[in-house]
Unconditional design. Structure first.
Length: 262
């Protein structure tokens, strides 16, 4: 009997092992052609530091009372800067404070990476007249700025961009920014072999993350009744939105050997 029960438990465990293995897959695996140029980049890109904003005790109380989930850092900051005094003589006191229409939260539905989002450089070596292999290196010929952005115009774009950026950074574990620059003269010492009688083309691309999801808007009110305080959200609407967010200080390379000019 004990042996039978043990066998059943082992069979069940084996069935669930694939699920555990999937959960252990890394967030983002970089291809062999993707190179970190953060140390070599001649243009110092500012680091996007968007830490989670810790709500104050009052803000926590108000956020917990809301009928719609609120994650907008700008609205949380506003609540952190607010104060409501309690008084033992507040019986019968009522007030409603309108804070305006806000993007309340962003829900991510799909996150993917295009490693060849924008071509930023081409290096070329003509070895058709040579009798021995030559080496081709990456060197940035011109300064390039890579810009991302939302795929549609929506109210309060800056707050939505921040929420989407936070989610995308957490999901991909990549350094992201809506604008990044590759400085002129940036180079890597990794050689690419160009055989004799051939031409070599080295293309460099800036990657970007494509973030898709939906943002929830609503009119936000603080309702005071006696010593009780709460948030009420009215006229809630949801809108689909997407964004392209460049990856900072990363390049994807494509190397082509050819007999003829391309």
């Amino acid at each position: 009997m004990r042996k039978s029960v043990f066998c059943c438990l082992m069979s069940a465990l084996v069935l669930y092992l694939p699920t555990f293995a999937v959960a252990a897959v890394p967030k983002q695996v970089l291809g062999s052609s993707v190179i970190d140029i953060s140390k070599e980049n001649t243009y110092p890109n500012p680091t996007q530091d968007l830490p989670y904003l810790e709500p104050s005790p009052l803000a926590k109380q108000l956020l917990k009372s809301a009928n719609v989930k609120i994650e907008n850092p700008e609205l949380i900051r506003l609540l952190n800067e607010s104060s409501v005094s309690s008084t033992p003589f507040a019986i019968g006191y009522r007030a409603t404070i309108y804070l305006g229409q806000w993007p309340l939260n962003y829900q991510s539905l799909e996150t993917s990476t295009n490693w060849e989002y924008q071509k930023v450089n081409t290096n070329f070596l003509d070895n058709r007249g040579g009798n021995a292999p030559q080496k081709l290196y990456y060197r940035q010929e011109m300064q390039k700025q890579i810009r991302g952005g939302l795929t549609a115009q929506i109210p309060n774009e800056e707050a939505v961009r921040k929420m989407m950026l936070l989610i995308a950074m957490k999901k991909t574990n990549l350094p992201l920014s809506f604008s990044t620059v590759i400085g002129i003269g940036t180079k890597k010492d990794q050689p690419y072999r160009v055989p004799a009688k051939k031409m070599g083309y080295l293309y460099a691309y800036a990657p970007a993350v494509n973030e898709k999801g939906k943002v929830t808007y609503g009119e936000v009110y603080i309702v005071l009744k006696g010593n009780k305080k709460k948030i009420v959200v009215k006229n809630v609407i949801t809108q689909g939105i997407g964004a392209w967010i460049p990856v900072q200080d990363r390049l994807s390379f494509s190397y082509v050997i050819s007999d003829q000019p391309r």
